[in-house]
Design a protein around this ligand. Structure first.
Ligand code: 5GP
Length: 188
C-alpha cells in the first residue's frame, strides 16, 4: 500500500509521519521515500533527513533521466519523489508513507489506483494554521508566510476528495487515528 498524507503547510503532516515511522508496530512495515527539494534548508533541517536538498539544475537533470516518480512546483521551488526508492520498496512488499501536496497525491493515486490510500490532515482552525506557519517560518520572509496561508485556503477545499481526513488538534489522537487507518487498510 502507498499512504499519501496531504494537507496545507502547517497542518502537521511531517510531524505525524515522523511519529508513525517511530511506532513499534508500524516501523518494520513502513518505508519513507525522502523527496528531492530545491528550496533552501530551514534552520535545523539536515540534508538527507526530511529532504535531499538539490539545485534546480540537478532537479531538472533527474527529471530528464526519469529518476522522479512525481513532482510539483510549490511557491517557486521544486519537490519530487525518488522513483527508484519507491519501486525497490514496493518490490520488497513494504508499505510506503509519503507527504505530498495535492498535485502529488492525485498523481500517485493515478499511478497506483488500487493500492493508494490518501489522507488529508486538517488543522483545528485556520487561525491555528496561521500560528503554526508563522512559528515555523520565523526565519523566513513575511511574504512566504502570506503565500503559504493563501495556498492553504485553496488546499483546504480539497479535503473531501481524499479517502480519509484526520483533524490534527491533539497530536497523540491524530497519530492514533492515522495508525488505525493504516492498520485497517493493510489488513484489507
Ligand atoms: P515544505 O516546503 O513545507 O517542506 O513543503 C511544501 C509542500 O510540498 C508540502 O505540501 C509538502 O508536503 C510538499 N512536498 C514535499 N515533498 C514533495 C514531493 O516529493 N512531491 C510533492 N508532490 N509534494 C511534496
Amino acid at each position: 500500500m502507498i499512504f499519501v498524507i496531504s494537507g496545507p503547510s502547517g497542518s502537521g503532516k511531517t510531524t505525524l509521519r515522523g511519529r508513525l515511522l517511530k511506532d513499534k508496530e508500524l516501523k518494520p512495515r513502513l518505508a519513507n521515500p525522502i523527496s528531492f527539494a530545491t528550496r533552501p534548508k530551514r534552520l535545523g533541517e539536515q540534508n538527507g533527513k526530511g529532504y535531499f536538498f538539490i539545485s534546480e539544475e540537478k532537479f531538472q537533470k533527474k527529471l530528464k533521466a526519469k529518476k522522479i516518480l512525481e513532482w510539483t512546483e510549490y511557491l517557486d521551488y521544486y519537490y519530487g519523489t525518488p522513483k527508484d526508492f519507491v519501486e525497490t520498496q514496493l518490490k520488497k512488499r513494504k508499505h510506503l508513507i509519503l507527504c505530498l501536496d495535492l498535485k502529488g497525491a492525485a498523481r500517485i493515486k493515478q499511478l497506483y489506483p488500487k493500492n493508494t490510500v490518501t489522507v488529508f490532515i486538517l488543522p483545528p482552525s485556520f487561525a491555528a494554521l496561521g500560528d503554526r506557519i508563522g512559528r515555523r517560518c520565523k526565519q523566513t520572509r513575511q511574504q512566504e508566510i502570506a503565500q503559504r496561508l493563501r495556498l492553504a485556503k485553496k488546499e483546504l477545499l480539497a479535503a473531501s476528495k481524499f479517502d480519509y481526513s484526520v483533524v490534527n488538534e491533539n497530536l497523540a489522537q491524530a497519530v492514533k487515528d492515522l495508525k488505525y487507518i493504516i492498520l485497517k487498510e493493510i489488513a484489507r
